[in-house]
Design a protein around this ligand. Structure first.
Ligand code: UDX
Length: 430
């Protein structure tokens, strides 16, 4: 089928490329000329494992191309995906101005029936507004359908999550739209849930908020484990074996971050409030999340007594492994808090150095290999769960550090080994 994706960010670019990969004919539109130029020259504006190769393969096969022109994209596509940002306002509510603008632009170039699909994460009842907007701005009577098709892509695993999803959710209002969406997703082997638009929109916020709740739950349990001499990994394994709970998203750490959970939680609380429900449980999830960082920072300060004028090595800057994204990254938050304490920082991340530099600027020393971070440090901190940090040369680190002290914010290392090497080792919930 012919598809148009409007917005080539983390979601739009993966969605468009994967649709091309499974055989559709895709045009991706972006209003950022620089981004279109990078993509057209085979470059990658984001890091997502396997994406660069997949883009090249499909561009070479003439199933994928990039343009700045919305009319060109809308003309091309039978199905038009809206995948533009829905950033938070200061009060947590969702800024839908990009959605509204794109809906107007689509309306302006409709000349025949199109299915307009909202892929971006939006508050429930946004679909109604998109329908209203397209009706108002389309010239004369043009037939169209609006569909909600929320994404469940984890950064760093987005291609896998697109091609092998647990389920595909579509919210529709017409049989015609159902038929088009079934045809579109036919190449993807996964259960396809057909529901109304409001339910589909709510599934997205409810899912992400539940995942964040799960993480805050195990982080709260990690505090109790520390106070009781229990081991949070053992506890997570023990409860996760219950099929009703499941082991995933029960890894205690520095709390959740990223461009989705914090934003989606604030949005869901605000949406609920506007609908007359005070979602206190989710506010507690947020509180536990920020407490988790406070507790870890306290652990560092207490161990060092004073962080001021101490040199700390921070391993990991991305908000999680397998991504270069530093938006709402707990690791960046930790760096900023340590800088406020007057500490000097040497930092390393396998992928996120560029994006981190835009935030931390020249307030830290950027080190280009993980084993060199420890040189001259009074302590090491693991802040992102990159698997390569498990292979840290600890014996060498001990030689080049002033004292062998290591804070493991993601429970990546083995306490027994650190103890054997003579490290003061602090981690989470054990
Ligand atoms: C999330 C949702 O998983 C995805 O479905 C949605 O479409 C977008 O938001 P993402 O934010 O990319 O994806 O990352 P995810 O893997 O969900 O992790 C989110 C945060 O939780 C990260 O900061 C991660 O470090 C943290 N996390 C995750 C934990 O602290 N413990 C865990 O067990 C799992």
């Amino acid at each position: 089928m012919k598809i148009c994706i409007i917005g080539t960010g983390y979601v739009g670019l993966v969605t468009g490329t994967c649709f091309a990969e499974v055989g559709h004919d895709v045009v991706c539109v972006d209003n950022d000329p620089a981004k279109v130029k990078i993509l057209r020259s085979g470059g990658m504006p984001i890091y997502e494992p396997g994406l660069a190769e997949m883009v090249k393969r499909n561009v070479d096969a003439s199933r994928l191309r990039f343009t700045e022109s919305t009319p060109e994209g809308v003309q091309h596509g039978d199905v038009i995906f809206i995948a533009v940002p829905t950033p938070p306002h200061a009060d947590g509510s969702v800024d839908l101005s990009f959605i509204e603008k794109v809906a107007r632009e689509i309306a302006g170039c409709l000349t025949q029936h199109k299915v307009v699909v909202d892929k971006s994460t939006v508050p429930v009842k946004t679909g109604d507004k998109v329908v209203e907007t397209i009706k108002r701005y389309s010239k004369g009577k043009v037939e169209f359908d609006v569909v909600s098709n929320p994404e469940f892509l984890r950064e760093g695993f987005a291609i896998e999550d697109f091609l092998k999803p647990d389920r595909i959710v579509i919210g529709v209002r017409s049989e015609r739209a159902v038929a088009v969406m079934r045809e579109l997703y036919k190449p993807i082997p996964a259960p396809l849930i057909v529901t109304d638009i409001n339910s589909a929109e709510l599934i997205k916020h409810a899912a992400n908020s539940f995942l964040a709740l799960k993480i805050s739950y195990i982080n709260a349990v990690s505090a109790i484990c520390e106070a009781s001499g229990a081991n949070v990994i053992e506890v997570a394994n023990g409860i996760g074996m219950d099929a009703r709970i499941g082991r995933r998203f029960l890894d205690a750490g520095l709390g959740y971050g990223g461009s989705c959970f914090p934003k989606d939680l604030s949005a869901f609380i605000k949406i609920s409030e506007q609908l007359g429900y005070d979602f206190r449980l989710l506010r507690e999830v947020q509180r536990i999340n920020s407490d988790q960082m406070d507790r870890f920072l306290k652990k560092i300060i207490e161990t060092l007594w004073v962080a001021k004028d101490k040199t700390l090595g921070v391993l990991g800057l991305a908000f999680k492994q397998n991504t270069d994204d530093v938006r709402q990254s707990p690791a960046i938050d930790l760096c900023q808090r340590l800088l406020e304490e007057g500490a000097r920082l040497r930092v390393y991340d396998p992928q996120a150095m560029g994006k981190a530099r835009a935030v931390l600027k020249d307030r830290v020393v950027y080190v280009d290999s993980m084993d060199d971070v420890a040189i001259g440090c009074d302590a090491l901190v693991i802040a992102t769960e990159w698997p390569e940090f498990k292979k840290l040369n600890l014996a060498r680190a001990k030689e080049v550090m002033t004292h062998p002290i290591l804070f493991d914010g993601r429970n990546l290392l083995d306490p027994a080994e650190l103890q054997r090497l003579g490290f003061v080792y602090k981690s989470i919930g054990r």
